[in-house]
Design a protein around this ligand. Structure first.
Ligand code: GDP
Ligand code: IMO
Ligand code: MG
Length: 425
């Protein structure tokens, strides 16, 4: 029997492309959804039936019937935040306990990891990454240092001892940094979260996923963050601490590379970034302000204002290549509805004066070269079919497809589930 393949959906920019919305839209076509990296640094927004939800650690397939949703081994989980997120969903009528499975190999974010995140950021001064403060970096650091605690450890009789050892080591680091802390509120909530987590099915996600594939069942793998925040290929050191690229789905779920089918790469029609780090096309003018206001560009996790700029095709081409993107999903074009001119960066001029369309080792200090397009100045948000698209918008899409050598197959024209147009239907 031929095994099924998994499809992967991931962000091509610096995160917040609209991954949550599209996972929700695509879920009816799959048997399961599995998140492969990151943790509660993610904020994935879904809107339908006049309701809005922001998911952090829980996969975005939970609102579409009784599909299986998997938290993969590549993820990091904060028990207290997980409990808060899951109970809020249960209160909203979402049945989670029977169909949300958690990998035993996912790593636990401890209360002291969050403290370490703040302490390390504080010690970096102006060079801080601008993390989400959720303890992501320190937890992945412990994973790689082979000192982390995993979900499966919760079931072990010496869990308490393992926790105390890790905590003691973290407190020594915090003391050496002169960081003042108070665990009296966060530690009980975390323990409470650990007890709550015991009600869920802890699985070996690699077996679960591969057995599903053997049975011919289909899986959509959900990425968090974006390619330009990848620990290897992003704008290091201003990145997150996991592999956000497609290969992360292999290591973060236990999927062989030849089992990957379609790769959906999600991009906004412009670009945003939260936190520090280079952002070649960032705008500091009225256009940047208009993108921020019209796009409601405030972080779903920390509420921080997202930096806004024109779409960066140099970075996008790099992301398409690294991920083997088969389909581009274009989000938030409606935010550009009022613009008379739209720009797209097609090359960088490096500090030494040379021009390139290859993403460089360091994109700090590059000058973007723009191509300009006439705006469509028409409201896209009510459109239901691509036949309704204005000519200028079609030309813009064609240009993106040519430059990125990849078809744009889905276009989102608003935050709601229904504001999604599949091309060629
Ligand atoms: P994610 O982290 O990739 O899931 O994206 P976020 O949820 O952090 O940010 C995307 C934001 O854009 C959310 O507020 C969505 O509700 C909203 N959104 C998604 N698609 C569209 C769209 O096509 N148009 C508009 N105007 N908003 C959208
Ligand atoms: P979603 O999944 C946008 C950014 C932070 C910071 C850097 C490192 O919603 O797209 P971390 O807390 O991960 O150590 O922070 O990465 N960052 C995100 N930016 N969207 C996200 O997730 C992000 N997750 C982390 O702002 O610059
Ligand atoms: Mg987000």
């Amino acid at each position: 029997m031929t095994q099924a393949k998994v499809d992967v959906l991931l962000g091509l920019q610096w995160g917040d492309e609209g991954k949550g919305k599209v996972v929700d839209v695509l879920t009816p076509g799959y048997d399961a959804v599995a998140r492969f990296q990151g943790g509660p640094n993610a904020g994935h927004t879904l809107e339908f039936d006049g309701k809005k939800f922001v998911l952090k650690s829980i996969p975005s397939g939970v609102f579409q019937g009784d599909k299986v949703n998997v938290i993969g081994n590549g993820m990091v989980l904060d028990a207290a935040l997980f409990k808060a997120e899951a109970t809020a969903l249960e209160e909203a009528g979402v049945n989670l306990k029977d169909r949300l499975y958690i990998s035993k190999k996912a790593h636990l974010i401890l209360p002291t990891h969050r403290l370490l995140d703040s302490a390390l950021e504080g010690s970096k001064g102006a060079g801080k990454v601008g993390t989400t403060g959720r303890g992501i970096g320190p937890t992945y650091t412990d994973k790689v240092a082979r000192t982390g605690l995993r979900v499966g450890d919760i079931l072990s009789p010496d869990f308490e001892q393992k926790y105390r050892n890790a905590k003691a080591s973290h407190l020594r680091t915090l003391d050496s940094l002169g960081f003042e802390y108070d665990l009296s509120a966060t530690e009980p909530a975390w323990y409470d979260g650990i007890e709550y987590m015991r009600q869920f099915k802890f699985i070996d996600s690699e077996h679960c996923i591969n057995n599903m594939l053997r049975e011919g069942r289909t899986i959509l793998c959900e990425g968090a963050q974006g390619t330009m925040l990848d620990i290897d290929f992003g704008s290091y050191p201003f990145v997150t601490s996991s592999n956000t690229v497609c290969a992360g789905a292999c290591t973060g779920l236990g999927i062989a590379p030849n089992r990957i089918g379609r790769v959906y790469g999600i991009m906004k029609a412009y670009c945003t970034r939260v936190g520090s780090g280079p952002f070649p096309t960032e705008l500091f003018d009225a256009d940047g302000e208009a993108l921020s206001v019209r796009g409601h560009e405030f972080g779903a996790v920390t509420g921080r204002r997202r930096r806004c700029g024109w779409v960066d095709l140099v970075a996008l081409k790099y992301a398409v290549t690294l991920n083997g993107v088969t389909d581009i999903i274009l989000m938030k074009s409606d935010v550009l509805d009022t613009f008379s001119t739209i720009k797209a960066c097609v090359a960088y001029i490096l500090p030494d004066g040379t021009q390139t369309d290859e993403f460089p080792f360091d994109c700090e200090g590059v000058t973007p070269v723009y191509e300009e397009f006439p705006g469509w100045r028409t409201e896209l948000c009510g459109m239901k079919n691509e036949n309704e698209f204005p000519e200028e918008f079609n030309s813009y899409i064609s240009f993106l497809e040519q430059y990125l050598e990849t078809p744009v197959t889905i276009i989102s024209v608003g935050p709601d589930r229904n504001q999604t147009i599949r091309r060629g239907e």
